[in-house]
Write a protein that binds this ligand. Structure first.
Ligand code: XLS
Ligand code: NI
Ligand code: NI
Length: 437
């Protein structure tokens, strides 16, 4: 097979002074930062769906992407060829992981059996390519939203046969993920939500969603799959309200249905902002619950209110993201997965390289800056001191649950009034962060 990117060789680290747009300026995979190499910290993954299946179409116009290797047919041979191209790209880029949906990698057939055969035929090539290159599968997932059968949702559909179809599809996607040595499996509730409450039994739909997840947990055990399960929060799009609306809603749902021990969260930047939160907020909610699993790295546009899935280049964003990731002990099974797409106007194959290189460099800088802030220690110390009143005396007693309301009342009656509070020092802290940028 001729190379799909014949003029591009392996992307190298050339350092910040380099002016080569096809080189890393900051991501040096082997450089050790805070005790681990950047490769180990960041665990970059390329997504199959945007990078190899994205056409560049939008509601107003057709696809624009120039992908000369793709013959445009839905044949298995084309899908297998595309898989080889994908690995040429990921290998040249130097990302250690990739992620897919079942229907990105292989074409949907006329029946589920045919779709499964197609998936097996492409998975065979993926396995060969993984072996040849050493690139690994960060997570797999099932596309339970594109086909018209999922018009009312998948596990939350009003039609039990659609639930059954979705469950069967998840079973197969899990098995293929397992076969390819995947380190995780993600559930993003594609259309698990509603357009109008007038036709919706919300309680029943959410119970069905939980049922699917329980079935997946049981099947995981049965086939011996040891990967991590993730839920990916998103508040809207395609439905008006998605049940997995944000990290807090997901955690509550998982707790309500006794699923929390089996899941962590996969936090996506643009989904956080759609939910009216910052990425940092979502990471802190997940981290505080011990459920920070992985991230879908991208960014929205300040002026556009939808999931634009742009590549992240904002150093503040990557710094705050990595500060939270480091704070909660770094990625274990998860990683920085670029769930991002090049703009419709960036239609040449080389743009795929520019986009990923920029995202990787932005995260490398975020990691280094976050590690420096952590090492400096002033920020963490400030937060610790801000709560010092809880470490002794009445604070300690209240926190440990040993004080009664009566004792607390007696304490404050004796005090008469509370001593003046100390400043929150927001501007001081914002300046402190800037010292490291
Ligand atoms: C869509 C989601 C999707 C998931 C995988 O908005 O981000 O791409 O990551 O199903
Ligand atoms: Ni995503
Ligand atoms: Ni998304």
């Amino acid at each position: 097979m001729p190379a799909a990117f014949p003029t591009i060789t392996k992307i190298k680290f050339e350092g910040p002074a380099s002016r080569n747009p096809l080189a890393f300026k900051h991501y040096d995979a082997d450089e050790v930062v805070a005790g681990k190499t950047m490769r180990e910290h960041l665990r970059f993954a390329v997504v199959y769906w945007h990078t190899f299946r994205g056409t560049g179409s939008d509601p107003f116009g057709a696809g624009t992407m120039q992908r000369p290797w793709d013959d445009g047919t839905a044949s298995v041979a084309n899908a297998q060829n595309r898989a080889r191209v994908a690995f040429e790209f990921i290998e040249k880029l130097g990302a250690p992981y990739y992620c897919w949906h079942d229907r990105d990698v292989a074409p949907e057939g006329a029946t589920l059996a045919e779709s499964n055969r197609n998936l097996d035929a492409v998975a065979k090539v993926l396995k060969e390519e993984q072996k040849r290159t050493g690139i690994k599968l960060l997570w797999g997932t099932a596309n339970l939203f594109s086909h018209p059968r999922f018009v009312h949702g998948a596990s939350t559909s009003c039609n039990a046969d659609v639930f059954a179809y979705a469950a069967a599809q998840v079973k197969k996607a899990l098995e293929v993920t397992h076969e390819l040595g995947g380190e995780g499996y993600t559930f993003w509730g594609g259309r698990e939500g509603y357009q109008t409450l007038l036709n919706t039994d919300m309680k029943r739909e959410q119970a069905h969603l939980a049922r699917l997840l329980h079935l997946a947990v049981a099947h995981k055990k049965q086939i011996g799959f040891k990967g991590q399960f993730y839920i990916e929060p998103k508040p809207k799009e395609p439905t008006k309200h998605q049940y997995d609306s944000d990290a807090a809603a997901c955690l509550n749902f998982l707790r309500e249905y006794d699923l929390l021990p089996h899941f962590k969260l996969n936090i996506e930047t643009n989904h956080a902002t759609l939910a009216g939160h910052s990425m940092q907020h979502e990471l802190e909610v997940a981290g505080a619950a011990g459920a920070l699993g992985s991230i879908d790295a991208n960014t929205g546009d300040e002026l556009l209110g939808w999931d634009t899935d742009q590549f992240p280049t904002n150093i503040y964003l990557t710094t705050y993201t990595m500060l939270s990731v480091l704070k909660y002990g770094g990625f274990k099974t998860g990683g920085v997965n670029f769930d991002a797409k090049v703009r419709r106007e960036s239609f040449e194959p080389v743009d795929l390289f520019y986009a990923h290189i920029g995202g990787m460099d932005a995260f490398a800088r975020g990691l280094k800056i976050a590690a420096a802030i952590q090492k400096d220690g002033r920020l963490a110390k400030f937060v610790q001191q801000r709560y010092a009143s809880w470490d002794t005396g009445i604070g300690k007693k209240i926190e440990s649950g040993k004080a009664t309301l009566k004792e607390i009342e007696a304490y404050i009656l004796k005090q008469g009034e509370v001593a003046p509070n100390t400043s929150g020092r927001q501007e001081f802290l914002e300046n402190l962060i800037n010292d490291f940028l």
